[in-house]
Design a protein around this ligand. Structure first.
Ligand SMILES: Cc1cc2nc3c(=O)[nH]c(=O)nc-3n(C[C@H](O)[C@H](O)[C@H](O)COP(=O)(O)O)c2cc1C
Length: 370
């Protein structure tokens, strides 16, 4: 049995700071702490595509995208990568509000074409510059800040009949802004329909060589020492199952039909049985909106984590092009673009909530001038 205590998990032992503890840090340590919280954010396939550069003189952090981590099969436009960058940005803003800093964010590269994946491209492309300036600490951000250190995606079955409290759903919906609209679906019929779409998307993934090979490279055996990627335990897979699915998807051994079926029906069933599905849309499919969507996604995830409510992302509907078009026709009736979809609920089996966090690079890999 794997104990998930390797170096690739060690960052999760970092404790959150109190406002006074943060105050006593040097400027460089403060900026490093902001990068740490950003690095704990979710990212598609756990690619951790962010690279930070800290500028103590100007109290600034620049965040770039490591292009080799934009996945060519599942993220053809770089959309999921940029949404992940938005999640990381959200964490910096939350920690900054708690510790008494205003942030000003500039997008350094608005042209989304630059973020289309290309083979063997190791470019580091600047995306964001965040300048911090002193302000009053806002203690009410502490719940979200604490949640950054415990948040994780839990791909498991939730209790269909345990509804998310209405006041929390209202709070989530109020995170809407002029760019991004939040849609919450709790009625059974529409949840079943979304589950059907997800099933189709997962089926496509498992049956497409390009997609499944790529997924296999990122869905890892449980004892993997990798700092990126998703050990099978995160999908509820035992050690043997994880090893088999990894090898089966990469094509090293024939994919066990039962494993393939379990994978492609898991998302569908998970969605059907979750009390609420959330999806985000924008009128324009711009890079600015991808970042804004990522910020909202992470704020929602942290709110849910603070309430011990689990969540799982399903990018299939947003990225498998045909499914995306069908989904839009059924659910939106307009030309809005769906950018993100996830389900939420209270955990059904306690042991599923106790799975380990996913691995992370050490800070000296992601902060380029550590
Ligand atoms: C933009 C984005 C897309 C994601 N898409 C999926 C997905 O389609 N299926 C899935 O199981 N997890 C998805 N995830 C969750 C990531 O796999 C997860 O965040 C990553 O493995 C790190 O794990 P953690 O969030 O528990 O720290 C997505 C996350 C992000 C930010």
């Amino acid at each position: 049995m794997n104990d998930y205590s390797g170096e690739n998990y060690s960052i999760w032992q970092t404790a959150p700071l109190k406002i006074d503890e943060f105050k006593n840090l040097t400027t460089k340590e403060k900026l490093t702490h902001f990068c740490l919280v950003a690095h704990l954010a979710p990212s598609s396939h756990n690619t951790q595509p962010w690279r930070f550069n800290i500028n103590s003189e100007n109290f600034e952090i620049s965040i770039s995208v490591a292009k080799e981590y934009i996945l060519p099969a599942s993220d053809v436009n770089g959309r999921q990568t940029i949404i992940s960058m938005g999640c990381a940005l959200a964490n910096i803003k939350i920690a900054a509000s708690l510790f008494g800093y205003k942030t000003e964010t500039i997008i350094l590269n608005e042209d989304k074409q630059i973020f289309k994946p290309t083979e063997h491209n190791t470019e580091i492309i600047p995306l964001l510059k965040i300048t911090l300036s002193s302000d009053t600490p806002i203690e009410s951000f502490d719940d979200l800040y604490q949640a950054i250190f415990k948040r994780k995606v839990t791909r498991a079955e939730y209790l269909e009949s345990s509804e998310i409290p209405t006041n929390l759903l209202n709070e989530i919906e109020s995170l809407n802004n002029d760019k991004i609209k939040i849609h919450l679906v709790s009625d059974r019929l529409r949840r079943l329909t979304i589950g059907e779409f997800q099933g189709q998307a997962d089926n496509f993934v498992i049956n497409s060589k390009k997609f499944s090979r790529e997924l296999g490279e990122w869905l890892l055996p449980n004892n993997s020492a990798s700092f990126v990627g998703m050990p099978g335990i995160g999908f509820g897979l035992g050690d043997d199952e994880a090893q088999r699915l990894h090898l089966g998807l990469t094509g090293a051994i024939p994919l066990n039909p039962a494993d393939g079926l379990k994978f492609s029906t898991g998302g569908k069933i998970g969605i059907e049985k979750s009390p609420t599905i959330c999806f985000l849309t924008a009128s324009d499919d711009t890079l600015e909106n991808w970042i804004a969507a990522g910020e909202i996604v992470e704020n929602i995830f942290l709110k849910l984590a603070a309430h011990n409510i689990m969540f799982t992302m399903h990018a299939g509907i947003t990225e498998v092009s045909l499914i995306n078009k069908l989904f839009s026709m059924s659910f939106l009736g307009t030309n809005r673009r769906i950018l993100s979809l996830f389900r939420m609920g209270y955990i059904k089996r306690k042991e599923d909530a106790e799975r380990p966090h996913s691995p992370r690079w050490p800070l000296n890999k992601v902060i380029t001038n550590y």
